[in-house]
Design a protein. Structure first.
Length: 202
């Protein structure tokens, strides 16, 4: 539901993983005498070529190459791209659940904060003994506020029963607020749901 660039993240992780694999394979291969001799010769050739390139690109009246300026600009660009990438993670969260679109005959505007629905649903879900944990968040989906309800039922609890009862809670919330909000119900499981025992009342 959120706007995290998952495709970009997967591509970046794949590239980063391949680079680490190549570096690791090269480091392991350097233990072989033949590969070590080849690397020493290649590194020396690369060093000489780099020295010649820096000498050929020296600034007029200076001893330094203009390539260092280009490298610095590339580093600045890389930092900007990284900041942009980090800023786009988890994007899509919204703090508004409902708002008056101007069609009401009553003058003024009304805005319902997303925390109202989040706290109400969390309080209702916290009372359930068949759930290990739950979370509620407000997102913007297709330019409309929407809720994402994530629940972790205990082992042995039927998912369809949890889905029906969470849907009933959402319907009651819509009736109380006087608006209908799109909801995504996510039923997950994990190690905590497998190892946590249900409470018994005698």
């Amino acid at each position: 539901m959120n706007q995290t660039p998952r495709t970009v993240n997967r591509v970046l992780l794949a590239i980063f993983g391949l680079v680490l694999m190549v570096i690791g394979a090269l480091a392991a291969a350097l233990s072989l005498p033949a590969v070590a001799r080849w690397w020493q010769a290649t590194a020396a050739e690369i060093g000489e070529a780099l020295q010649e390139l820096l000498a050929a690109t020296t600034l007029a009246g200076q001893r330094d190459s203009w390539l260092w300026i280009v490298l610095a600009l590339l580093m600045v660009l890389l930092v900007i791209l990284m900041i942009t990438w980090v800023a786009n993670q988890g994007k899509g969260r919204s703090g508004v659940l409902a708002y008056d679109d101007g069609e009401s005959p009553v003058p003024g505007s009304v805005t319902i904060n997303g925390a109202v629905a989040e706290q109400a649903l969390k309080a209702a879900l916290a009372e359930r003994v068949d759930l290990v944990n739950s979370s509620v968040a407000t997102y913007e989906f297709r330019r409309r506020p929407a809720l994402k309800v994530r629940v972790f039922p205990r082992q042995g609890v039927a998912p369809y029963v949890v889905a029906q009862e969470v849907t009933a809670l959402v319907d009651a919330l819509d009736a109380a607020l006087g608006t209908q909000t799109p909801v995504l119900i996510s039923i997950d499981s994990g190690a905590r749901t497998r190892f946590t025992r249900a409470e018994r009342v005698r």
